[in-house]
Ligand binder design. Sequence first.
Ligand code: ZN
Length: 175
Amino acid sequence: MPELRNVNPQKRAEELLKRLGIHSNPTPVEKIAKSLGAVVRFSPLDEELSGMIYIKDDVPIIGINSLHHPNRQRFTIAHEIGHLELHKTFLTASVHVDKKFPIMMRGVVAAQGTDRKEIEANTFAAHLLIPETLLVQLMEGKTFDIDDDKPLEELAKKFRVSRQMLEFRIGKLPA
Ligand SMILES: [Zn+2]
């Protein structure tokens, strides 16, 4: 079956969480990968490499750079799950290697020169790690003061994501 071109990464991430009955944070990314039949391997890789994914004999293999910060490893796993969910057909043809994610570096999704698949996988990962309904719930009644880092830090800890990632998601919330 050809891949649908009008993929909605946010919807797909939300549907996956729902399908697996995951309603709380932090999102168990490794468990999700395993429940999709993937093998997750952690090993020390070059600093610029975040991870990779390929499919061998029908088994998706996800490689993660164990030297990176745990939050970043979680993002990478979520990103690779995104490729598995959204771009499966192209994974059998070759090993997909992910270098530094622009989203993690500058807190923005860099569209410049970035593959459409990468943007989709990043969006998927962002919504898998920080589901919108949960984020809205947790932010309700809270005030976020630019002079007080604590509430944001605590929220980031709950999701086990970086502050940058959280701020990026909050910035993307529909008004
Ligand atoms: Zn990628």
